[in-house]
Ligand binder design. Sequence first.
Ligand code: UDP
Length: 237
Amino acid sequence: MEVEKKELLYEGKGKKLYKTNNEDFVIAEFKDDLTAFNAQKKGTEYGKGSLNCQISSLIFELLNKKGIKNHFIKQIDDNNMLCKKVKIIPLEVVVRNISTGSLSKRLGIRDGLKLPFTLVELYYKNDELGDPIINDEHCKIMDILDNDDDINYIKDTARQINNILIDFFDSKNVTLVDFKIEFGRDIYNNIILADEISPDSCRLWDKENNKKMDKDIFRENLGNVVDAYQEILSRIK
Ligand code: UDP
């Protein structure tokens, strides 16, 4: 049965989610909008959404092959991805290999320092509160996740994804500095990887010269993101 795009379910900062004629599936449409600093900085770059849709699709396909359960079904066209319907768990799971961004700012760790081991952090996904960092106990108190098994599953899966993506990007001459992922519950209540993995949600540095190839270009006014995202897509295709 051909999938049909139906009414808008939800509009986020980077994507619109649509119902389909199959109630187990949704369509994620990637937007050209860019936001940073909790949406205090806004912009638009033509073609950004399409690049993120293509990059994210390639990464989800890779993770599928490696056995990481996720919501991706297929890329429909340049901007649209067919996904399993999930209920998003309000957590931003951040995985870090090199210190930069909010970690360096908060703890005074030198920007660019390779961490002695992979750091997994949890942030409560809540714009009004500014996505505060939380720990396992906060997760349980707030009922974001109510048991250690689920929390450990998410953290272990995040580490596995990191190992896969470090090797993948390294083979494309790109250093995976850090990234943010989100998980959701599918219709069977299983926890699976969801959302997107793209240069909007990862920090990617050119292995040759540490040049930024991700959304930091927008955050720090270093030029336009589309050229860098296009370069990422060309390298991983
Ligand atoms: N990140 C994200 N969405 C957010 C916050 C962070 O995709 O709302 C990603 C960000 O692109 C980086 C990683 O998570 O790859 C770690 O971000 P950090 O905590 O350093 O935040 P920032 O410096 O962007 O405030």
